[in-house]
Design a protein around this ligand. Structure first.
Ligand code: GDP
Ligand code: MG
Length: 443
């Protein structure tokens, strides 16, 4: 992957004390190859490498002792710049409703992203309304309706209507009368950019005057995503980009080229199929992620969003008391669940990028979580509030719990083992408290 290739280039630099200009050139060559192989636009790559070289020369890194660190920092900053520099937010109108229109090719992820975005905005205290503007396939409407139901967010549709312009327009008075402050319009896509599609989108735009037109592109399509972005921008005019499927085996090139080529910033990224798999896009953090320098800010934000203060306090108390019960285990599992996909989170920790495959394996899916939850809930109050797993040693108890939770005795055994492991970790964490941990690599 791009990340691994950069690591390799850096490793060669790190091994040396002082660097010669040749060492740096060698590393730059390696990076250039990595970028091109990741499907980054040729001219973008050329400019990028040139800039790094100029900076490295300008900062006179060659004879200094921490030359490698300086080069890495220069690369990170340039990457961040390439990705758009600073974070670009969406426009929220001071006079509601704010109208957001999602456009893009078929399969890019518009409908899923509409729901994800609505969920994100709802969690920020907004009152979103989803609008089903893809009227040609009945399945598209019901797809949005199902998502809306899951999120408890209303979806505006007009039965029998085949006019997305009218539907979008009618959604505005509906939003106003239902106190919705954000309208997210899902639109139809085509396999390729064509006139019929653009014409329809242009008419919706001219009628509802969206505050934000966001193009949804699939990262896996590489340079095609960049080409599509240019086409949509020319024909329709877009305000920003949402790049989906960055969790896949995307080579990453599209994310690195799209701003430089189109001038339009990435505002959000899709990182999983699930509805919490949308993140605001921070160029600097993403650059660190590519270089596997860790994205500590995102971890902290996700943790803060998931852990309300109360449960944080409780966790601290548990850690201090040193007694860790099955109930504590359950609330901890709940937190992990709320934090979303564990593997995507762990992947943000510096240096662990290369273990992503292993981590994906241990990733707890919803089904396993339900099992664990059911097992603990089938224990008696006394068992649950016990910190001694030996309490459950009797087979009759295990059978009772398995029966009550619709699981098997070996599932109960596994839970007890996981609980014991976690208990050990909590004890260690208690000992570690006060000791400072160096988390970010020094740059
Ligand atoms: P649309 O045709 O543009 O509306 O695309 P959909 O929203 O129907 O999405 C097409 C497929 O892409 C669906 O299977 C989605 O689950 C999937 N998808 C969308 N966004 C992401 C993402 O960020 N990551 C992954 N892995 N899959 C995604
Ligand atoms: Mg769709």
């Amino acid at each position: 992957s791009l990340s691994e290739r950069f690591q390799l280039a850096f490793k060669k630099l790190r091994g040396k004390g002082k660097l010669s200009e040749e060492d740096v050139n060698e590393a730059l060559k390696e990076m250039r190859r990595a970028l091109l192989e990741a499907d980054v636009n040729f001219n973008v790559t050329k400019d990028f490498i040139k800039k790094i070289k100029e900076k490295a020369v300008g900062e006179e890194v060659f004879s200094t002792l921490n030359a490698a660190q300086t080069v890495i920092k220069i690369v990170r900053d340039e990457l961040a710049d390439l990705l758009g520099g600073t974070q670009s937010r969406i426009t929220i109108s001071s006079r509601p409703p704010t109208i957001i229109m999602l456009v893009g090719l078929q399969g890019a992820g518009k409908t899923t992203t509409a729901a994800k975005l609505a969920k994100m905005l709802k969690s920020q205290g907004k009152n979103p309304l989803l609008v089903a503007g893809d009227v040609y396939r009945p399945a598209a409407i019901s797809q949005l309706q199902v998502l809306g139901e899951q999120l408890d967010i209303p979806v505006y549709t007009e039965e029998g209507s085949k006019d997305p312009v009218q539907i979008s327009q009618n959604s505005i008075p509906f939003a106003l009368s239902h106190l919705k402050d954000i309208i997210i319009v899902d639109t139809a896509g085509r396999l390729h950019v064509n006139e019929t599609l653009m014409d329809e989108l242009v008419r919706i735009k001219a009628t509802v005057h969206p505050h934000e037109i966001m193009l949804v592109v699939d990262a896996m399509t590489g340079q095609d995503a960049v080409t599509a972005a240019s086409a949509f921008d020319q024909a329709l005019g877009i305000d920003g980009i949402i790049m989906t499927k960055l969790d896949g085996d995307a080579r990453g090139g599209a994310a690195l080229s799209i701003k430089a080529v189109t001038g339009k910033p990435i505002k959000f990224i899709g990182v999983s199929e699930k509805l919490d798999g949308l993140e605001e896009f921070h160029p600097d953090r993403y650059a660190s992620r590519i270089l596997d320098l860790g994205d500590v800010e995102t971890i902290i934000e996700k943790a803060q969003a998931a852990f309300d203060e109360e449960s944080m306090e409780e966790m601290k108390k548990t850690m201090k008391s040193g007694s860790f019960t099955f109930d504590d285990f359950l609330s901890q599992l709940n937190m992990v669940k709320k934090m979303g996909n564990m593997s995507s989170l762990v992947g943000l920790i510096p240096g662990v990028g290369k273990y992503k495959k292993e981590i994906d394996k241990i990733n707890m899916d919803g089904k396993e979580f339900k099992h664990l939850e059911a097992i603990i809930q089938s224990m008696t109050t006394k068992e649950r509030s016990s910190s001694n797993p030996k309490m459950l040693i009797k087979d009759s108890r295990k059978r009772r719990i398995a029966k009550g939770s619709g699981t098997r005795v070996q599932d109960v055994n596994r839970l007890i083992k996981q609980f014991t492991e976690m208990q050990k970790m909590m004890k260690m964490a208690k000992k570690q408290q006060g000791k400072k941990r160096g988390f970010m690599p020094r740059l």
